[in-house]
Design a protein around this ligand. Structure first.
Ligand code: HEC
Length: 140
């Protein structure tokens, strides 16, 4: 049995609308949820599962990442945080504590508002930034 044309359109139009929404979403700043998953995979070993930091083998301390804003006069320093994570990706830590995060620098570029300038940023980095920004607390 063939469907009438109008019925086919009634199905096709919402499907296209959903597809369009997905495509648009891929080109925007990811939300905290996407970053939370990456954080759980790559960062909790040192920074604790809620980002609250901890002492590492060897006595070094991984800072409480919920207090970045509090330590910076109440402002979340996007540029500094991005370059910190970016540095991890480039192996910018000492070998003892340096995790290899090369994959974090791979991904489509999304525009991130960094102190007023839209900066093309690999999506995983932008997602981590978004997550970290979402977990800031007033007390730190
Ligand atoms: C191997 C342990 C380790 C892992 C894994 C790790 N970190 Fe860190 N992180 C540290 C240590 C130690 C410091 C403090 C020394 C420094 O700043 O380099 C730090 C500092 C930071 C800072 C600076 C905090 C501030 O107050 O300035 C940020 C942001 C950060 N880490 C984010 C992350 C993110 C995001 C991940 C996961 C992609 C991650 N870290 C994974 C150990 C780690």
């Amino acid at each position: 049995m063939t469907q009438p044309m109008t019925e086919k359109l009634l199905i096709a139009v919402p499907v296209l609308a959903v597809l369009a929404a997905c495509v648009a979403d891929q080109s925007q700043m990811p939300g905290p949820d996407e970053g939370a998953a990456l954080f759980a995979e790559n960062c909790t070993a040192c920074h604790d599962y809620q980002g609250q930091g901890g002492t590492l083998a060897g006595g070094q301390t991984a800072p409480d990442l919920t207090g970045i804003s509090a330590r910076n006069g109440g402002v979340f320093p996007r540029a500094a945080v991005l370059s910190k994570i970016d540095g991890y990706g480039h192996g910018g830590m000492t070998p003892e504590i340096m995790p290899e995060f090369g994959a974090l620098l791979e991904g489509d570029l999304v525009p991130v508002d960094v102190e007023g300038t839209l900066t093309p940023t690999p999506r995983p980095l932008a997602a981590l930034l978004s997550y970290l920004e979402s977990i800031q607390t007033a007390e730190g």
